[in-house]
Design a protein. Structure first.
Length: 252
C-alpha cells in the first residue's frame, strides 16, 4: 500500500511503541489515549497531514519500531533506507524552524543529525515543514539550497538521482559533520547509502565504522575509501590502519 513516512529529530519526550500498545491494548474498548504525553502533538499532526493528503498509512520510527526487541530493531535499521525510498512522500518536520522555533532552514538541527542524511536522500519526494507544520518547500524546489547546506550533490537530490555515481569518499563526506547519540549509529545510519547490511552490535563503539568500511570493500573496488585524513586529538592514538576511525575523517 501507498504510505507516507516521517523524518524528524528526536527529543527526550517521544512517544514509543510501548506507549501506544499500552494505550490501545484493550481495543475495541481502549484505555485512555496518550493525549497528555508531550510527544503526542507531533504524532497527531503527522497523522492528520497524511490523512488530509489521502494516505491510510504513515510510518513513524518512534512508534513503529519495538526497540525492546533487538531482532526487530536490527531488521528496521537494516531496512530503513528502503522504507524511506519506498514512501510516496516523506514529511521532514523541522521543529526549530519558523514562528515556533524561530530558526532558519539552514540552521535547523535536522541537518546536523546522522540519521536524517538517508532520510533526505532516499525518498523521491520530501516535503519540509516548519514547527507549525506549514510547508517550507520540497526537496525539488529547494534543491540548490539543500545542496549548499548538506554538501550533497544536486544530482543526487533530484528525482531519480543516481547515488552510485558518487564515490565512497564523497558519500562519506556528507556524513562527516553530522552527529548521532550513539557512536555506533554513525556507521549504522550509513548502511543504506552503500547498500550494505550488517548486524547491530551496540557497545562496539568505533569498531562499527570499521565494520561498515569492510562491508563496503566486499562489494566495491572504489579506492577512494582510503582517501581520508585523520583530524587528530591530543593524547589519542588510532589503530584503524588503512581504514578511517570515524566519518569525520572524510570531511572536505
Amino acid at each position: 500500500p501507498r504510505y507516507a513516512i516521517l523524518s524528524h529529530t528526536w527529543t527526550a519526550s517521544e512517544l514509543t511503541f510501548q506507549d501506544l500498545t499500552t494505550a490501545f491494548q484493550d481495543l475495541p474498548t481502549p484505555g485512555p489515549a496518550p493525549a497528555a504525553h508531550p510527544g503526542y502533538p507531533k504524532l497527531r499532526a503527522a497523522c492528520a497531514l497524511a490523512a488530509r493528503e489521502g494516505f491510510e498509512y504513515i510510518w513513524i520510527d518512534t512508534v513503529c519500531i519495538d526497540k525492546t526487541s533487538s531482532a526487530e530493531l536490527s531488521e528496521a535499521i537494516n531496512s530503513m533506507f528502503a522504507w524511506y525510498q519506498g514512501a510516496a512522500v516523506c514529511y521532514a518536520f523541522l521543529a526549530d524552524v519558523g514562528a515556533g522555533g524561530g530558526g532558519t532552514l539552514a540552521g535547523s538541527r535536522w541537518f546536523t543529525r546522522g540519521w536524517t542524511l538517508q532520510e533526505l536522500i532516499a525518498p523521491a519526494v520530501v516535503v519540509f515543514l516548519d514547527g507549525a507544520w506549514r510547508e517550507v518547500g520540497t526537496k525539488s524546489s529547494l534543491v540548490g539550497e539543500l545542496a549548499a547546506i548538506t554538501g550533497v550533490d544536486e544530482g543526487v537530490l533530484v528525482p531519480r538521482g543516481v547515488l552510485d555515481a558518487c564515490s565512497v569518499a564523497q558519500r562519506m563526506s556528507w556524513a562527516a559533520g553530522r552527529t548521532t547519540t550513539r557512536v555506533e549509529d554513525g556507521a549504522y545510519s550509513l548502511m543504506g547509502l552503500f547498500d550494505v547490511n550488517m548486524p547491530l552490535l551496540y557497545g562496539e563503539g568505533e569498531k562499527a565504522f570499521l565494520r561498515l568500511q569492510r562491508e563496503i570493500m566486499q562489494q566495491s573496488d572504489d579506492m577512494s575509501i582510503f582517501v581520508w585524513k585523520y583530524p587528530g586529538r591530543a593524547g589519542y592514538v588510532h589503530r584503524s590502519g588503512l581504514l578511517a576511525p570515524a566519518p569525520s575523517c572524510f570531511e572536505g
